[in-house]
Design a protein around this ligand. Structure first.
Ligand code: ARG
Length: 397
């Protein structure tokens, strides 16, 4: 009996080539796994493709709910933005897909794991590291390990009768519920503005002339309702993607440092992520102390860095999660966002745990803040700086 390899399968050129490669060069039976994280692909078509390639079994796993609850929600709590810009859609999905592939490999008693990542990107890191943390099986990644180029792959595909959509693809896309990543093509010129047709989720023309409001209710750091309606986690993300996207919100264009050292120009459409992280971090400012906020911003950026870099399974990530979860107990309340022709602004927030006190802050009458106490406070606060400056001036003479 032949051994089995379990492959993370998207139905595209890379993973189709990998199926044939595993069958022919490794003499393995192939089991394919497609994990639905909201990429919007026709799962029936992907299953048919896998069958045509001669796989012995195909799994289609709907992991959307798990993706939102166990990956997107922790990212919201961490206000997760890699290099202050990228909300990590692809980076969050990879460990989940890798975990599912390992689960199936155990169930199928497989001999190897496989993926179709190249050696230039971040996904190979995320897949390999997550797979290795729960399995000792070898990982076969032919596109990377044989240094295959697209042309070689196309030739290989033709030779093996693999049907590939030949309509020239303008961009390389990866998408799921949390965002759409657009790379390649004309975007590789970092000075060239992305053409409007790169965008599908975010409207770029004929935007509404009237501002739209979006109200998001959070409970312990997690969004639970939008515009007064309690929605399921998946519905909530989809609702905000649609509404904010139609107001032109959520385009991100930046230069990103990949794990392997390459700087790349990345363009994203992330309407829900942009709104939810903006709203969540604003609410935190209302309920957390300034000491908590200062320290948490360091933790948040470390969290995003770990997740981007494929270290979802590192103990440090779960240590940081424990801290972050402890801070979220009071992050409940409602935030009001205003969206107008591509601009986004928080225009209101309220919470039962608010540390904002009108009576302390007001410039009007009735303030309970005793200004006379401030004089002494300021003197002590600035004492060391003042002394240091005096000393420096003396030295300059
Ligand atoms: N740069 C992002 C990341 O590493 C997105 C990559 C998306 N891939 C793509 N083929 N467009 O997470």
């Amino acid at each position: 009996m032949k051994g089995k390899a379990v492959l993370a399968f998207s139905g595209g050129l890379d993973t189709s080539v990998v199926v044939k490669y595993l069958q022919e060069k490794h003499n393995l039976d192939v089991v394919t796994v497609t994990v639905d994280v909201g990429q919007g692909d026709d799962q029936k078509k992907i299953a048919a493709k896998a069958k045509k390639l001669g796989v012995i079994k195909h799994y289609n796993l709907d992991a959307r709910d798990e993706f939102v609850k166990n990956f997107i929600f922790p990212a919201i709590k961490a206000n997760a933005l890699y290099q202050k810009k990228y909300s990590l859609a692809t980076a969050l999905a990879r460990p989940l897909i890798a975990q599912k592939v390992v689960d199936i490999a155990k169930k199928e008693n497989a001999k190897a794991l496989a993926h179709g990542c190249t050696g230039k990107g971040n996904d190979q890191v995320r897949f390999d590291v997550t797979m290795r943390s729960s399995s000792n099986l070898p990982i076969i990644a032919p596109i990377r390990d044989l240094n295959l180029t697209r042309d070689v792959e196309l030739k290989f595909a033709k030779k093996h009768g693999i049907k590939i959509d030949t309509t020239a693809k303008k961009f390389s896309i990866d998408q799921n519920l949390w965002g759409r990543a657009i790379e390649g093509g004309t975007l590789e010129d970092a000075y060239k503005e992305p053409p409007d047709d790169a965008f599908i989720w975010v409207k770029t023309k004929n935007l509404p002339d009237k501002a739209q409001y979006l109200e998001v209710k959070f409970k312990e750091g997690v969004p639970v309702a939008a515009d007064g309606k309690n929605l399921s986690p998946i519905d909530l993300i989809e609702y905000i993607n649609k509404k904010a996207g139609s107001c032109g919100i959520g385009i991100v264009d930046h230069i990103e440092d990949r794990v392997v050292g390459i700087k790349s120009r990345e363009v994203y459409e992330t309407p829900a992520a942009t709104c939810l992280i903006e709203a969540h971090s604003d609410l935190e400012k209302m309920v957390l102390t300034k000491h908590e906020l200062k320290f948490k911003s360091v933790v948040d950026s470390e969290w995003a860095w770990l997740v981007y870099s494929g270290l979802w399974e590192d103990p440090l990530k779960s240590d940081l999660d424990m801290f972050i979860n402890a801070t979220q107990k009071r992050v409940s309340g409602t935030v009001k966002l205003k969206m107008f022709k591509g601009s986004l602004r928080v225009v209101g927030r309220r919470s039962d745990y608010s540390l904002y006190s009108h009576d302390l802050a007001t410039y009007g009458s009735g303030s309970v803040f005793d200004q006379t106490l401030a004089k002494g406070f300021v003197e002590f606060w600035g004492m060391q700086s003042t002394e240091a400056n005096k000393l420096q001036k003396r030295g300059e003479k």
